[in-house]
Design a protein around this ligand. Structure first.
Ligand SMILES: N[C@@H](CCC(=O)NCCCC(=O)O)C(=O)O
Length: 256
């Protein structure tokens, strides 16, 4: 039997007690399993380790996180110093993303992951979407139960003719919304796949990507098993990872 496709999940960095830890939300790990793949949470790597890591990857999932991408990566200073950053994650996920695309490895990026993909490819972010004239507040309810914070928040228009429309076979879906930042300048070479009613970019793909490549601002991993839209997205991602594995793992599998 073939082994499952390996999906890398770059970890975030937190100090727990007095010690630094690599962490990843379990809902992302479980969503990769739902896609029929093997989740592999990866610690921070040095730039010269990325190539070897990607040799072992059949897919990459970039998770959401409470932290923001450091605005130095798009030429700005920090707007609100009270908000968390994770410069260690930035240091290797920003160079990782173009390499994943260049190799044709399937990529699914969620919330912070969506934002870091835009920055990695040359775009910029609004550091506080709710302070931008004409934009609504996209932050989730604070101090509420997760079911409330991650509950359905607003519709998004699915752009015609794109990957999202093909996968979902829908013109409009309803999504949750748990982010304070959002796409300002879209990076060159990205195609908008969905927008919120206030026009904010909610999903994009890299036009030249040769494999499945989808970045979404909402959280499809939240209770994915009971959400038909999420299941379609994770199934499409899993299928792409299986295709990648079948094309790139030609060596005979060892007997177990
Ligand atoms: N910090 C950014 C990203 C928001 C984000 O990824 N939220 C997820 C929170 C934790 C989780 O559900 O994994 C912003 O606020 O825009």
């Amino acid at each position: 039997m073939k082994r499952k496709p390996v999906v890398l999940i770059p970890a975030c960095n937190r100090v727990l007690g007095q010690h630094p830890f690599h962490v990843a939300g379990k809902k992302y790990v479980e969503a990769v399993r739902l896609a029929g793949c093997l989740p592999l949470v990866v610690p921070s790597l040095a730039a010269d380790e990325i190539d070897d890591l990607l040799d072992a990857a059949d897919g990459v999932l970039l998770t959401g996180s409470p932290s923001n991408v450091h605005p130095v990566h798009f030429g700005e200073e920090v707007h609100d110093t009270a908000l968390p950053l994770d410069p260690e994650r930035d240091t290797w996920t920003l160079p990782l993303i173009p390499q994943v695309i260049q190799r044709g490895i399937p990529l699914f990026a969620i919330c912070r992951g969506f934002q870091e993909a835009n920055v990695a490819l040359g775009g910029s972010l609004h550091q506080a979407v709710h302070e931008v004239p004409g934009q609504r507040d996209h932050r989730g309810a604070k101090d509420a139960a997760p079911e409330v914070t991650y509950g359905m928040a607003h519709p998004v228009d699915v752009m015609p003719g794109g990957l999202l429309e093909r996968v979902l076979d829908a013109k409009e879906i309803t999504v949750n919304s748990v982010h304070g930042q959002g796409v300002n300048r879209l990076a060159p070479g990205l195609r908008v796949e969905a927008r919120a009613p206030d026009g904010l970019v909610e999903a994009f793909t890299v036009e030249k990507a040769t494999a499945f490549n989808l970045c979404v601002q909402w959280h499809p991993e939240w209770q994915a098993a009971t959400n038909p839209v999420s299941m379609k997205l994770f199934t499409a991602f899993g299928d792409a990872c299986r295709t990648y594995r079948d094309r790139h793992r030609t060596a005979p599998e060892p007997d177990r």
